[in-house]
Design a protein around this ligand. Structure first.
Ligand code: GDP
Ligand code: ZN
Length: 333
C-alpha cells in the first residue's frame, strides 16, 4: 500500500465506538478509521499543555489517557485505497471535557485513574434539567455548572417540562441569569422556548448533559423531528450508571451546528486538581483573596471570610453557598 503525502487528509472525529472512529472529511464524507499504532503510544504519556491552565487549576495531573482520540478532535488521517483510514495525528485541542476513568478499574495504574477525554473542541455545554416532574435538583445543577467552569466551557441551562410547572421558579432562574448563565425554559409539549434553544445551538458544537428522563429526547425531537430518537439509539448502547460512554456521536443539526449527548450523566468528577471550589462559582470569584486568611481560607469556619460575608449580605445566595460546601466532598470523594 502506498502512503503518499496527498493521502493525508484532515477531518473531525464525529463518532467513536469501541476503538473505532468515524471521521468526517472536509468534503463531508464519513470515513471509518483506526488509530495508527504509534499514535496511541505517543499520546499515552502526553502531558497537558500548561499554557491552557486557568489560574484556579494549580496543577494538572500528568497521567495516561484512556484513549488518545475523542469525539470532536480535529485529526489527520491517512486514506487507504479501500476507503478506510488511519488516524495519524490529533491537532491541539481548544478545550476538552475530561474525567477520571472509573469503569472497570482496569485503567487504574499506580499513579491514579487515567484521564478519559470524552469530547474535544466544544463551544458550549447545555445542562438539561427538568423544571418539574421531578423538580430541579439544584445541587446537581450547581455541580454540572462547576464542572463546566472547571473545563472553561460556557454553560447554558435548559429547563424542560415547563408545562408541568406548579412551583414558581422565577427567583432561581433570575439568580442564575444574574450569575451570567443563559437560561432557557422549555416545554416539548407546548413548544415553549424551542426556538430559543435552536438559536442557541445554531452553528455551535454543543454537548448535552442531563440524567435520563429529564426530557432530552423530547427536546431534541422538538428542535428537529427524529433527532432525539437518533441520539437515544446511540445512548442505548451505553450501560447507564457506570459512566460508560463507549459510544459517542456528534449529530449535525439541519439548521447548522451539532450536538453531542453524553448519556446517563450524573455530574462527573473534575479531572484537573481544584484548589478552591469557590473558583468554580463565578459569583464567588470577586471575593477570593479578600478573606482574612487569604488563599488559605476554606470559607467554612474562618473568621473574616469574604465569601461568608457575601452570603450574609446577599451577594452570594445561601443555596449556592450550600452547594459549594457539598462540592468538596462530592468531587474529591
Ligand atoms: P430523556 O430520557 O432525557 O431522553 O427523556 P424523554 O424525552 O424520554 O422524557 C422523559 C419523560 O418525560 C417522557 O415520558 C416524556 O414524555 C416526558 N417529557 C419530556 N419532555 C416533556 C415536556 O416538555 N412536557 C411534559 N409534560 N412531559 C415531557
Ligand atoms: Zn473565605
Amino acid at each position: 500500500m502506498s502512503t503518499t503525502e496527498h493521502n493525508h487528509r484532515q477531518g473531525i472525529v464525529v463518532k467513536k465506538t469501541l476503538g473505532k472512529y468515524t471521521v468526517r472529511s472536509a468534503e463531508g464524507s464519513s470515513i471509518g478509521c483506526a488509530l495508527a499504532g504509534n499514535l496511541s503510544k505517543q499520546l499515552l504519556f502526553s502531558t497537558a499543555n500548561p499554557t491552557s491552565m486557568r489560574k484556579r487549576v494549580l496543577e494538572v495531573k500528568e497521567l495516561d489517557t484512556v484513549d488518545p482520540v475523542a469525539v470532536g478532535d480535529h485529526v489527520t488521517y491517512l486514506l487507504s485505497e479501500d476507503g478506510t483510514g488511519t488516524i495519524t495525528e490529533v491537532q491541539p485541542r481548544q478545550n476538552k471535557l475530561s474525567r477520571p476513568a472509573t469503569d472497570g478499574g482496569r485503567q487504574f495504574k499506580k499513579k491514579g485513574p487515567l484521564e478519559q477525554v470524552m469530547v474535544a473542541n466544544v463551544d458550549q455545554i447545555v445542562v438539561v434539567m427538568p423544571a418539574a416532574n421531578p423538580p430541579p435538583s439544584w445541587d446537581l445543577l450547581d455541580r454540572y455548572l462547576a464542572t463546566a467552569e472547571a473545563s472553561a466551557v460556557p454553560a447554558l441551562i435548559g429547563f424542560t417540562k415547563a408545562d408541568l410547572l406548579t412551583a414558581d421558579l422565577s427567583q432561581e432562574i433570575e439568580m442564575y441569569r444574574q450569575i451570567g448563565y443563559h437560561v432557557i425554559v422549555t416545554s416539548a409539549v407546548s413548544g415553549l422556548g424551542v426556538d430559543k434553544v435552536k438559536t442557541a445551538l445554531k452553528d455551535r458544537v454543543s454537548v448535552l448533559w442531563g440524567k435520563s428522563g429529564v426530557g432530552k429526547t423530547s427536546l431534541l425531537n422538538a428542535i428537529e423531528p427524529g433527532l432525539g430518537l437518533r441520539v437515544k439509539a446511540v445512548n442505548d448502547h451505553n450501560s447507564e450508571g457506570r459512566h460508560t460512554t463507549a459510544h459517542l456521536e456528534m449529530f449535525d443539526l439541519s439548521f447548522g451546528g451539532s450536538v453531542i449527548d453524553t448519556p446517563g450523566q450524573r455530574a462527573f468528577k473534575i479531572w484537573d486538581n481544584v484548589e478552591d471550589f469557590a473558583h468554580l462559582l463565578p459569583e464567588m470569584r470577586p471575593f477570593l483573596g479578600h478573606c482574612k486568611f487569604g488563599l488559605d481560607c476554606t470559607h467554612t469556619r474562618e473568621p473574616g471570610c469574604a465569601i461568608k460575608s457575601a452570603v450574609t449580605q446577599g451577594a452570594v445566595s445561601q443555596r449556592r453557598y450550600d452547594s459549594f460546601l457539598g462540592m468538596r466532598d462530592y468531587f474529591t470523594a
